[in-house]
Design a protein around this ligand. Structure first.
Ligand code: BDR
Ligand code: CA
Length: 316
């Protein structure tokens, strides 16, 4: 059984990932923490509350930081053209959802839960890495207590999706991302190198909605806007970035990984770029020296991943 805290910015593909975690029999979802990114922190938190209510979930939700790890950093605009003004495909989420929030800020819920379950918690982060960095900064000792950190973020051997260099989750808070990459814990980077290969077509999602009940019908509805956006990249389909990272937790053998220290550029035209120094490859002295080896996913058995996603979402 994998105890998971899900750090997320729902977000259409985040919503699918959340349902995957909730429905997978080997995952015990013990906390949800919200990040800004696909929309403001108010909106992503409200969306997490809405999905918890609609999907009858029990995990506590703690609201994340509204500011980047470096508070002097100017925030980017939210991608309403991808996830809708409401962050969930403009389906008309109520402004206020009557679901209680955990009283603690996200980073504190992470710290407390990790300390209460030493060596057992997997952190799955699919938004900006802000909450993870805040948790590490406030309690560096959790690095030795977390089982693993699996992130959706980065573009290591492929172009980014916000700039030619950077992927959105890293670009949105590069200092946070660099901080978590060089901490003494195990990070697995599930970035665009693999997530762009995992797609679900509109037809497949529609079929799933028939077998998966009301929960998947909601997922189908809220995904339509996002599928329209992705149409010029993957015909009539959605890229399931965040679910792909969740699949790694339960089926890591479907991924090919490469070890090596990872750093994030925080300035210049490459701001937000994730760069790995492959372990064993020799270079002159560099900023990667002495940093822990992390795992970057460089390939994926996409058909097998999507089979597992569909089987899991269809469970009731
Ligand atoms: C990532 O950015 C967000 O739009 C998605 O939810 C995903 O986590 C993809 O770059
Ligand atoms: Ca996300």
């Amino acid at each position: 059984m994998h105890k998971v805290i899900f750090d997320t910015d729902p977000g259409v593909d985040d919503a699918m990932a959340l349902l995957f975690l909730e429905r997978h029999p080997d995952i015990d979802l013990i906390g949800i923490t919200t990040a800004f990114g696909n929309a403001s922190i108010e909106t992503t938190t409200r969306n997490a509350q809405y999905l918890k209510q609609q999907w009858n979930m029990s995990a506590p939700i703690a609201k994340g930081s509204a500011a980047q790890f470096d508070p002097s950093r100017v925030a980017h605009a939210f991608p309403a053209h991808i996830h809708g003004d409401d962050g969930l495909g403009n389906i008309g989420v109520p402004d206020v959802v009557d679901v209680a929030l955990d009283p603690r800020p996200a980073h504190q819920l992470i710290i407390d839960t990790v300390k209460a379950n030493p060596g057992e918690v997997t952190l799955v982060a699919v938004g900006r890495m802000t909450n993870l960095a805040n948790a590490l900064k406030a309690a560096p000792e959790i690095a030795g207590l977390v089982r693993e950190v699996v992130i959706m973020g980065g573009a290591v051997d492929v172009p980014g999706n916000v700039t030619p260099a950077a992927e959105a989750n890293i670009h949105g808070d590069p200092e946070a991302a660099d901080y978590i990459m060089i901490a003494p814990w195990k990070v697995v980077v599930v970035g665009l190198d693999v997530t762009l290969k995992t797609t679900m077509s509109r037809t497949e999602l529609g079929e799933l909605a028939k077998s998966g009940g009301e929960a998947v019908q909601l997922l189908d509805r809220l995904s339509q806007f996002y599928i329209d956006f992705y149409d010029d990249k993957v015909a009539d389909s959605m890229v399931v970035h965040d679910t792909c990272a969740c699949v790694y937790v339960v089926a890591r053998d479907l991924f090919t990984t490469r070890a090596g220290a990872v750093r994030v550029m925080t300035t210049g035209i490459g701001e937000g770029k994730t760069i790995q120094k492959p372990a064993g490859q020799r270079f002159g002295p560099s900023d990667w020296d002495g940093k822990p080896d992390q795992l970057v996913c460089v390939d994926v058995q996409a058909d097998a991943v999507m089979k597992l996603v569909k089987e899991t979402l269809a469970r009731r």
